[in-house]
Design a protein around this ligand. Structure first.
Ligand SMILES: Cc1ncc(C[n+]2csc(CCOP(=O)(O)OP(=O)(O)O)c2C)c(N)n1
Ligand code: SF4
Ligand SMILES: [Mg+2]
Length: 333
């Protein structure tokens, strides 16, 4: 039985805090879901929160020309330093409280990083942070590209996507040949000190992401959330479809939603029970996949089918079972 966590759950939209901790004053694109990931974590966490964020759209577009949307204290950190800056902040607050320099109280430490910042460059720092006993939450906001520097492919970009590093051409239609790195799964499986790992989408299911933030903060200790963020500029679609694309991505199973608490996996949207829509419905709404032909879509569908039907723990661990007993080696005299 999954452990029941007691926390201040937002049950209906009317219960969501009205107070904004991330407000106007930013210059993210219209329909930017990563901006919603910022707004909602700050809203869910409330005013006794400090944030640190690594370089990327959520730094540059949020703080251009002496403007800022942050109401809570926020600090910029280097591109790969999401984990280490969270450790520094949490350890610093703990030391100040221990020495009586500030009063003892719960102050949330939240660090956010993009898919290059956290999923590629800063992965070792996050791994280190998840091996501490500090209260910190790391949010990896994943728009599947280095968006801020003009949409380069990252280790988390979907197979086949057109990015400025992977333009389709006459010789090679598919330039992005890597399958998406499974960051949340690898962190959950490899970090026994990490108290909570979740994946989320800011808009689907409604309120789910904010509640996962609250749950992580309530559990305390090092925690990690990986969000799935449609990006109108990088994914090439009209900004009005951001919500729809997030929902389609979850419903086709390409981005599984789950939580891992004390070694137990709970699916937020269980594709095994609810069924999956074809990945084509998600892919073909985005310009970055316009060059794909039927065989490419069939390949992506096959990989997603395999994840849900053959992995021991779908979405989390790509293991397909236990090895057969090794054959006895002939002994040589
Ligand atoms: C060490 C280092 N290398 C390269 C850069 C240039 N740079 C700034 S933002 C960025 C892309 C970050 O991508 P991601 O972490 O996915 O965040 P996003 O821009 O997508 O929000 C890069 C490569 C940098 N700031 N620091
Ligand atoms: S490029 Fe994408 S992630 Fe960056 S501000 Fe625009 S919509 Fe948001
Ligand atoms: Mg990115």
């Amino acid at each position: 039985m999954a452990t029941e966590i007691q926390y201040d759950k937002i049950k209906t939209i009317r219960q969501a805090p009205l107070e904004e901790m991330y407000t106007s004053g930013h210059r993210t694109c219209q329909g930017c879901e990563s901006a919603l990931v910022m707004r909602d974590f700050a809203k869910a966490a409330g005013p006794r929160t400090v944030a640190t964020g690594s370089t990327g759209c959520m730094y540059v577009a949020n703080t251009s020309y002496m403007t800022t949307p942050w109401i809570i204290p926020w600090m910029h950190t280097q591109l790969g330093a999401g984990g280490s800056s969270a450790v520094g902040m949490a350890a610093g607050l703990r030391a100040l409280m221990r020495k009586g320099k500030i009063k003892q109280e719960k102050i949330n430490v939240i660090s956010f990083c993009g898919d290059i910042g956290g999923g590629d460059m800063g992965l070792s720092g996050i791994s280190g942070a998840l091996q501490t006993d500090l209260d910190l939450l790391i949010i990896l906001y994943d728009n599947e590209s280095a968006a801020n520097t003009d949409i380069q492919a990252t280790g988390l970009t979907t197979y086949g996507a057109h990015t400025t590093f992977t333009p389709p051409g006459k010789v090679h239609r598919i330039m992005q040949k890597r399958w998406k790195k499974n960051v949340a799964g690898m962190l959950a499986v490899g970090h026994p000190t990490c108290r909570y790992v979740a994946t989320a989408c800011a808009t689907f299911p409604a309120l789910d992401y904010m509640n996962k933030v609250r749950k992580a903060l309530e559990i305390g200790g090092p925690t990690f959330i990986h969000t799935f963020d449609p990006c109108p500029k990088g994914w090439d679609y009209h900004p009005r479809y951001s919500h729809e694309l997030g929902e389609l991505g979850v419903k086709c199973g390409i981005f599984p939603l789950y939580e891992v608490i004390e070694g137990e996996v709970v699916y937020t949207y269980d594709c095994r029970k609810k069924g999956r829509i074809p990945v084509r419905e998600y892919l073909m709404k985005q310009g970055r996949f316009a060059h794909l032909v039927d065989e490419d879509i069939a390949y992506i569908q096959k990989m997603v089918d395999e994840m849900w039907e053959e992995w021991e723990i779908p979405g989390v661990a790509p293991l397909k079972g236990v090895l057969r007993e090794a054959k006895k080696q002939p002994t040589t005299v």
